[in-house]
Design a protein around this ligand. Structure first.
Ligand code: NAP
Ligand code: GDD
Length: 367
């Protein structure tokens, strides 16, 4: 069946009409925004999702692109499912966004994190090397690989030392290095984006920014009484996710593969995010926020600040949404969601379903 898709991308001379992209982790925040961007650019978009009892398509639905993408069940710990996805999608570009991406959980599940966020990168690179070596590969690397730099403003660039401080960061460092090794050893087009934190209304609820914006909205509407957080002093360089997926695409359009830092160039503390978010809702944060050591990590990165000069110079990429606007976008969207929920509306974001218009691709069957 999938061969039909590949054939549809060819004209009568056998030349390509459309590029095909395969996005791992299309059900995540970045996967959904990237899928939308690539569809806008005319790509045939294939995405991988996890086969679980209740698949998680709410982000694709909320962007209105659920029926536009072809979905392939892939478990990143399973090489054969990765090979199958590459065979089905026959991609020009692969964006490897799938990962266990929650730093805190990596302390609880270090081995699974090493496998899915680290070793799986080699599974992909090896599959591409053996099956389709002309594929362009993007690896979702992370600012977490830098580790702590002291709580001062040192803007980190591609040349700075990597010193991971979590099992997640260690796994990602492996993925980052193996990407470079495959590029140098086998001449694969493989690039790494070292992305600093990027957020949006599609962010998972366990990450601090969305935990805050969601709680502020619920507190404002009388649905929650307090917000329990961990380290309020940690600083992050927060940007707006839809802009960061543009940088991923730009990286794969360069003549040669390379690594790029993508960041806003500003760092703010968790406390600043909290103050601003409550302020936007007209509330005083001190009446609602408590801290609990349950949310402290065995090791935490105190400050991350990025220097995106290379991305600006070579990709022509610059951040557009600033901190204040980001907080406002997130709080207002969560307020809107909960207001609609109170009015009796129910959405896919709080009740994930399995809509029938999906183009789910498996070994032999398209449903
Ligand atoms: P996310 O929302 O957590 O999405 C992760 C995706 O990976 C989801 O689609 C998830 O599927 C999938 N996944 C997890 N385990 C899997 C497994 N074993 N097999 C197959 N798929 C699996 O993350 P994100 O924020 O979009 O980030 C995208 C990528 O960029 C990640 O690799 C992350 O580590 C990296 N990154 C993110 C940031 C950031 O600030 N957002 C910064 C730097 C790097 P489910 O939907 O089923 O869970
Ligand atoms: N999640 C969470 N929950 N974090 C809290 C809380 C809380 O209640 N209270 C304080 N924090 C602090 C964390 O200790 C951390 O210092 C900071 O808020 C940010 O935490 P997260 O939002 O969980 O993100 P992260 O920086 O650990 O990781 C994210 O960004 C990385 C890029 O630097 C993830 O998206 C990673 O996948 C990504 O690689």
């Amino acid at each position: 069946m999938w061969q039909e898709d590949a054939e549809k991308r060819l004209d009568s001379e056998g030349d390509r009409l459309k590029k095909a992209a395969l996005i791992t982790g299309i059900t995540g925040q970045d996967g959904a925004y990237l899928a939308r961007l690539l569809l806008e650019k005319g790509y045939e978009v294939y995405g991988t999702y996890r086969r679980v009892s209740t698949p998680n398509f709410w982000r694709l639905e909320s962007l209105g692109i659920f029926g536009e993408t072809s979905l392939i069940p892939v478990e990143l710990a399973d090489t054969s499912s990765i090979m199958e996805a590459v065979r089905i999608a026959n991609p020009d570009e692969v964006y490897n966004l799938g990962a266990q991406s929650f730093v805190e959980a990596s302390f609880e599940q270090p081995i699974a994190t090493a496998d899915v966020s680290g070793v799986a990168v080699t599974r992909f690179l090896e599959t591409i090397r053996q099956m389709k070596p002309d594929t362009r590969f993007y690896q979702a690397s992370t600012s977490e690989m830098f580790g702590s730099t002291g709580n001062y403003a040192m803007a980190l660039s591609e040349k700075d030392i990597l010193n991971p401080q979590s099992p997640y960061a260690a796994a990602k460092l492996y993925g980052h290095v193996i990407t470079r090794i495959y590029r140098d050893a086998y001449d694969l087009y493989a690039s790494s984006g070292v992305l600093f934190n990027h957020e949006s209304p599609l962010r998972g609820l366990e990450f601090v920014t969305r935990k805050i914006s969601n709680a502020v909205a619920k507190i404002k509407l009388g649905l929650q009484k307090e917000l329990v957080l961990g380290n309020l002093d940690a600083k992050r360089d927060w940007g707006y996710a839809p802009e960061y997926v543009e940088a991923m695409w730009l990286m794969l359009q360069r003549e040669k593969p390379d690594d790029y830092v993508v960041a806003s160039g500003e760092a703010h503390s968790v406390r600043e995010f909290v103050v601003k978010a409550f302020e936007i809702a007209g509330l005083d944060w001190q009446n609602y926020v408590v801290t609990d050591k349950r949310f402290l990590r065995p090791l935490d990165v105190d400050c991350l600040l990025g220097n995106p000069s290379k991305a600006k110079a070579q990709l022509g990429w610059s951040p557009r949404t600033r901190f204040q606007d980001l907080v406002e976008i997130m709080v207002k969207e969560d307020l809107r969601r909960w207001e609609r929920w109170l009015a009796g509306e129910r959405f896919s974001w709080d009740a994930p379903n399995y809509p029938s218009e999906a183009r789910i691709l498996t070994r032999a069957v398209r449903m």
